[in-house]
Design a protein around this ligand. Structure first.
Ligand SMILES: Cc1cc2nc3c(=O)[nH]c(=O)nc-3n(C[C@H](O)[C@H](O)[C@H](O)COP(=O)(O)O)c2cc1C
Length: 373
């Protein structure tokens, strides 16, 4: 029975993100389909199914070192697009779930799965969709990436580019600073790697790290880095809707995220002011900055320098290694999870990080148009 609180049942609200350009996602991992409604998209934007499909490839599973669940992720545009252009009406996108294998989850029904949302959902709602973890599943993120493809089209009009890539995997990290590269070159480099890591030698070491974890029936965490450039100054509002705050919320809403850093992030707490400040200088009569420790955002507002973000992901919770846990009917047990899982969720999360940044920036861009006469 759902929990009652003063006679009111708890509902799973807050499935929307954004202020002017909003997305509302729906659907469960093993339901017939998942989808997203995008509201507030300006009319006159050219968009095709192929545009969305091309973006979904970056998040797809079934590739090496990702979950063996092979979803074709074919998107259907149900509304809001007429003769290839957005009409200003809500855009509805649907993606069918075709490779669910729900029977694999039957033996987990009574087990509290370490690192998963099942316990907290049961505490809150009194009911949990144990088939693929229902709404808690990262299957939901396919909707964010589909919506991100539309956001990307709007950013393209303003010349804003976002590129995310795998920065680290377990104990293996990039050895070079890729944030200084232009976003187009970065995009080419990351696509050469099956795990979207732009440094070839490091990508190979990361693959070994994941392989080792798999052999140990374990998983590894990772860091996704993202660069936004070119980007205009002026995006973001000064108090509660700081661009940094909205990016933080957008990125922390992705499953398995354990930390978000903007610019030098936590490292800045160990520096002196003289080391952290980005000194302005004049170039052809315009103000530039000699460094970018702030990561392109000051006072909650973009300053025109590249926006640099890092997002940390925990190691995948579902592992084959035997772990201690308890059953819902209160018995001590040890359990190992057999099934199709990402050994490092950060790989497929690269596309999700990119999409959440794109959605946040489009919202800020549209809001920016109302900020000054
Ligand atoms: C792209 C992506 C894929 C994921 N795949 C898996 C997976 O295969 N197995 C798993 O246990 N967790 C996976 N996760 C993470 C879980 O959804 C998440 O850890 C779980 O719902 C608990 O939520 P929390 O970690 O945010 O607290 C994935 C996350 C992302 C972003």
């Amino acid at each position: 029975m759902p929990k009652l609180f003063f006679g009111i049942m708890f509902s799973m609200g807050n499935n929307s993100f954004g202020k002017l350009f909003t997305i509302t996602t729906w659907g469960e991992s093993h339901g017939p389909s998942v989808g997203v409604v995008i509201d507030g998209c300006p009319a006159g934007l050219f968009i095709t199914v192929e545009d969305i499909q091309a973006t979904l490839v970056l998040r797809s599973c079934g590739r090496a070192y990702t979950s063996a669940r092979k979803e074709p992720d074919m998107v259907e545009i149900l509304s809001g697009v007429f003769e290839g252009q957005t009409t200003g009406a809500p855009i509805s996108l649907l993606i069918r779930n075709l490779d669910t294998r729900s029977e694999d989850y039957l033996d987990q029904k009574n087990i509290i799965k370490p690192g998963h949302a099942q316990f907290t959902y049961l505490e809150k709602y009194g009911i949990f969709d144990y088939f693929g973890n229902g709404r808690a599943s990262a299957r939901e993120t396919v909707c964010r990436v589909a919506a991100g493809a539309i956001a990307k089209k709007i950013l393209d009009v303003s010349g804003i580019k976002v590129v995310a890539f795998l920065h680290s995997c377990g104990n293996v990290s990039l050895t070079e600073d890729f944030s200084i590269l232009d976003t187009d070159s970065l995009d080419v480099l990351r696509r050469k790697s099956p795990i979207l890591c732009p440094e070839e030698a490091v990508s190979n070491l990361m693959l070994q790290e994941i392989q080792k974890a798999l052999e140990e029936k374990d998983s590894v965490g990772g860091i996704v880095e993202a660069i936004v450039y070119p980007v205009p100054s002026g995006l973001g509002d000064p108090v509660y809707d700081k661009l940094s705050a909205n990016l933080g919320k957008a990125l922390f809403s992705i499953p398995a995220v354990t930390g978000v850093e903007i610019g030098d992030g936590f490292l800045s707490s160990r520096k002196k002011g003289s080391e952290q400040n980005d000194s302005p200088y004049l170039k052809d009569g315009k103000v530039g900055f000699l460094s970018n420790h702030a990561g392109g955002i000051v006072g909650g507002i973009s300053n025109g320098e590249p926006i640099r973000v890092k997002v940390s992901f925990k190691p995948t919770s579902s592992i084959g290694k035997l772990q201690k846990t308890v059953t819902i009917d209160k018995k001590d047990i040890h359990h190992s999870f057999i099934g199709r899982h990402d050994p490092c969720v950060a790989i497929r999360a690269v596309a999700v990080v990119e999409a959440m940044i794109q959605l946040t920036l489009v919202d800020a861009l549209l809001l920016q148009r109302c900020s000054r006469l």
